[in-house]
Design a binder for this molecule. Structure first.
Ligand SMILES: CC(C)(COP(=O)(O)OP(=O)(O)OC[C@H]1O[C@@H](n2cnc3c(N)ncnc32)[C@H](O)[C@@H]1OP(=O)(O)O)[C@@H](O)C(=O)NCCC(=O)NCCS
Length: 251
């Protein structure tokens, strides 16, 4: 068990993000997380594949971050060694991010028309569909959470969550997460409650070999939807779910 202190920093350069992304990939393959494979560029499992895929993913995620003013990439630095212990992306939407309602999410990292691209797009579109339908207002979310196995249960995840809560609580924003089953306990420890589990439907009529292989590698793609009301206060005003929030709810 490591007893050290951590500094939480917000990322400002691609080099910094590359360091964090190395840790995120390690975190998401220990243990193997099918959800991660479903929605990242994973072309193989040799060390060479891993390093090539991670580099491409760094390019993709950094480009998406730069385009998205709601995105804040943060990480925890081990103050004693300078190692990156973990990190995540916080989304803080000051306006409705889905003014045109729900839309499908394309996969840009696999060849267009391939079954790999189709599966990744289906996965992402279904996973984010509830957020797109229910959270058509200012709100926050957490994405790409990961802590290196060497630093688990040392409070790093909690610090990363606190960073966001300190900011969103000033604005009174709700927060919503599409979580892996493993991260559920962290989020519940930080004031979130489960809304429901999501079964991603990846059935396809007449699937090809690639589809069969990927649905095997990515199953069970359990996604848990978790929600935290403004300030994390669960009182009698909190409706049954984010779909039931009205303008009057938190007045
Ligand atoms: C989920 C994850 C980010 C947690 O990070 P962490 O730094 O170990 O979490 P913390 O030490 O801050 O834990 C805070 C609290 O959350 C709960 N918790 C965290 N991990 C837990 C686990 N594996 N089992 C049970 N409770 C857990 C505990 O209540 C813990 O407090 P405690 O240690 O005082 O009991 C880390 O396990 C991880 O990287 N997992 C793999 C990747 C992943 O699933 N990412 C999430 C994608 S949505």
């Amino acid at each position: 068990m490591i007893t050290t202190s951590f500094e939480i920093r917000e990322i400002t350069t691609k080099d910094e993000y590359a360091r964090l992304n190395d840790v995120l990939w390690t975190a998401n393959f220990h243990p193997y997380l099918p959800v991660f494979t479903a929605c990242h560029s994973v072309t193989g499992h040799t060390p060479e594949d891993r390093s090539k895929d991670r580099a491409l993913d760094t390019d993709i995620q950094w480009a998406a971050h730069v385009k998205n003013p709601a995105s804040h990439l943060i990480y925890a630095l081990d103050k004693a060694t300078g190692r990156v212990a973990g990190g995540c992306e916080w989304w803080i939407f000051h306006e409705n991010p889905f003014p045109n309602g729900p839309h499908s999410i394309p996969c840009t990292w696999y060849p267009e028309g391939s079954e790999r691209a189709e599966l990744a797009s289906q996965f992402l579109s279904q996973a984010f569909f509830p957020r797109q339908c229910w959270l058509q207002r200012s709100h926050a979310g957490v994405n790409r959470m990961g802590v290196h196995p060497d630093y688990r249960r040392c409070g790093v995840g909690r610090l990363l969550m606190q960073w966001g809560h300190e900011r969103i609580d000033e604005w009174g924003y709700e927060s919503f997460i599409e979580a892996s089953p493993m991260a559920r306990w962290l989020y519940e420890a930080c004031g979130y409650r489960r809304v429901m589990g999501l079964h991603i439907d990846l059935e396809k009529k007449d699937p090809g070999d690639e589809w069969e292989r990927l649905t095997y590698e990515c199953r069970p793609p359990g996604v848990l939807l978790l929600w935290r009301p403004p300030m994390g206060v669960w009182d009698e005003k909190v409706p049954t779910g984010p779909w039931a929030v009205t303008e009057e709810t938190w007045k």
